[in-house]
Design a protein around this ligand. Structure first.
Ligand code: PEP
Ligand code: MG
Length: 595
């Protein structure tokens, strides 16, 4: 038996056989059974053939369109594809190490990448980008072949506890959660996207365990305790039985969620709007049942599920947005355009645009000041406009708002709005008339927060994304468990920025909400109300607690408290004042909402 302690991010207990999934650059490593080796090898071979045919076709098209020079890129890629050190080596790894083909391809690429790094000739060194292109294509074809994570999980006879190094939203979106009792990951913090999703699904989860994926032998049994952050590997039978008994008891006690009982006001009569953060197209009924007055944030990137956004076509998107809008029965739905960065996406089909070559830059760290959110959209106007057209079409079925993520300048907003106009004109030329939709932005990058009063002239609403705003203001990576203790919503800089954003919005009379996790922490919610904020969006599971807290909160008192807090320079001093006010020093001692 071994015990590890991490950060409990979603309450509840999960007991069961472990499924260890190690994922890098969207690739999951699965141990495969001996009988499966042949199938994986055949799939690898078919993926190679398919990749070959695609590259040939692209080469021919490029030669016709742009001449031999550009076509030569694909000659080089064809050569790489046929190199025995790539597919041949991957096949060897499947056979010898009994791993899935996708992982084997990735390992072969890593090995080959090192060879490229050592080359003296800069021209040849640059071909590393092509190597990643080819690998991305192979993996994409392998995925088409058999689905990956989701399919592999279908093979399991019993539901399991997922143990992983990291779980990106795109992988998470592919999983069949009915077969996953809980999960534990090496990476992560409370605002890790997957942690957010775990809470909304009610799946117990512990993150930030550093090396759990290596400590748990495949098929060991584990206990994951999302309340204490503890993971027990191979517990003795008595301990496992006790945990199982607790799970059964907890299930029998699950009370129906309290009926959502209309609009909510603070104790001194200030009306507060509560909306829902959702990640899936079929989440609308849950949001409505929780009493959400709308969807304040739909994270549309969860729809991509590891596929290149190229592959999520306009009609499919339109259906999803329409389902959400109709499901909300007249309440507004805020769809955030894809908040992805280049590393979260598999290599797209290259045949459309050569500028897609930056996708191959897989060595950059994910998510940090890269081509993310609105920047990604503007760099890929084809993908962006397709999403905007789908949104405009869906807006005919009910109130829909468009929200741009990761905005850092006014120019970006203007450029994105121009694309909305173009998308509308294209639809109109096709005989589809669409009305105006409110356009808002996430305030989650410090430059946007500082210039809030200027940005407020350009848009219809703001949504403060505290998860990112905190990480970028404090320069603390929200997914890095080593610095998670510095991720501090009570930092004076964070509180000041939030107040500044609210004032900027007020000056121009536009609404401002908070959709980061900060709003679902009872104490922080009170402070936000004290800052004058009256609109919040959170996971539906957090709403019952939020309602209670709002009803107990006196906005006037909180405003006075905030005035004192704003004079203080350290988190410790702020906590001390809160201790006096609420009798609790540490926020952690307040009840986190359970889902
Ligand atoms: C945020 O940054 O606070 C936010 C709500 O967006 P996400 O967590 O999806 O980055
Ligand atoms: Mg964000």
């Amino acid at each position: 038996m071994e015990r590890l302690t991490g950060i409990g991010v979603s309450d509840g207990l999960a007991v069961g056989p472990a499924l260890v999934a190690i994922q890098r650059t969207q690739v999951i490593r699965f141990p495969i059974a001996a009988e499966r080796v042949g199938r994986e090898l055949a799939a690898l071979d078919r993926a190679r053939e398919r990749s070959h045919d695609q590259l040939q076709q692209i080469r021919t098209r490029m030669a016709a369109l742009r001449g031999a020079d550009l076509a030569a890129i694909f000659d080089a890629q064809l050569l790489i594809l046929e190199d025995p050190m790539l597919v041949g080596r991957a096949a060897e790894l499947v056979r010898d190490e009994r791993v899935n083909a996708e992982w084997a391809v990735q390992s072969a690429v890593d090995e080959l990448g090192k060879v490229f790094n050592d080359l003296a000739d800069p021209y040849l060194r640059e071909r590393k980008g092509d190597l990643h292109d080819v690998a991305g294509r192979l993996r994409m074809n392998l995925r088409d072949e058999k689905g990956s994570a989701r399919d592999l999980l279908q093979d399991l006879e019993t539901p399991c506890v997922l143990i992983a190094d990291e779980l990106t939203p795109s992988v998470v979106a592919q999983l069949d959660w009915s077969r996953i009792r809980g999960f534990a990951t090496d990476a992560g913090s409370r605002t890790y996207h997957t942690a957010i999703l775990a809470r909304s699904l009610g799946v117990p989860a512990v993150v930030g365990l550093h090396n759990v994926s290596w400590r748990v032998p495949p098929r060991a049994s584990v206990i994951v305790d999302g309340a204490t952050g503890e993971v027990v590997i191979n517990p003795p039978a008595a301990m496992r039985q006790e945990a199982e008994a607790r799970v059964t008891l907890a299930r029998s006690r699950v009370a129906a969620p309290p009926a959502a009982d209309g609009p909510v006001e603070t104790a001194d009569g200030v009306r507060i709007t509560l909306e829902a953060n959702v990640e899936r197209a079929d989440d609308a009924p849950t949001a409505v049942a929780a009493g959400a007055e709308g969807i304040g944030l739909y994270r549309s990137e969860f729809m991509i599920a590891g596929a290149p956004p190229d592959l999520v076509d306009e009609d499919e998107q339109y259906r999803v947005y329409r389902q959400l809008v109709e499901g909300m029965l007249g309440r507004p739905v805020t769809v955030r355009t894809f908040d992805v960065d280049e590393r979260q996406i598999a290599r797209p089909l290259v045949d459309a645009a050569l500028d897609a070559r930056w996708f191959s830059e897989q060595d950059r760290p994910a998510g940090h000041g890269g081509l993310r959110g609105i920047r990604f959209g503007l760099a890929n106007p084809g993908i962006f406009k397709r999403q905007l057209r789908a949104l405009l079409r869906a807006s005919q079925h009910g109130p829909l708002r468009v929200l741009f993520p990761f905005v850092s300048s006014i120019q970006e907003v203007r450029a994105a709005r121009a694309l909305i106009d173009e998308a509308r004109a294209e639809l109109s030329a096709a005989g589809i008339q669409t009305g105006a939709v409110p356009v808002g932005i996430m305030i989650e990058v410090p430059s946007a927060a500082f210039t809030a009063s200027m940005l407020a002239r350009e848009v219809d609403f703001f949504t403060i994304g505290t998860n990112d705003l905190i990480q970028y203001t404090l320069a603390v990576d929200r997914t890095d468990e080593r610095v998670s203790d510095r991720y501090e919503p009570l930092h004076p800089a964070v509180l000041r920025l939030i107040r500044h954003v609210r004032r900027g919005a007020m000056r121009h009379g536009i609404p401002v909400s908070v959709c980061g996790e900060m709003a679902s922490d009872p104490l922080l919610l009170r402070l936000l109300i004290g800052c004058g904020l009256t609109q919040f969006s959170m996971t539906p599971g957090a709403m019952p607690v939020a309602r209670r807290v709002i009803r107990e909160t006196n906005k006037g008192d909180m405003a006075r408290l905030i005035a004192r807090v704003m004079q203080l320079g350290t988190v410790e001093e702020i906590e001390q004042v809160l201790l006096e006010a609420f009798g609790k020093g540490k926020r952690q001692e307040t009840t986190w909402p359970t889902t």
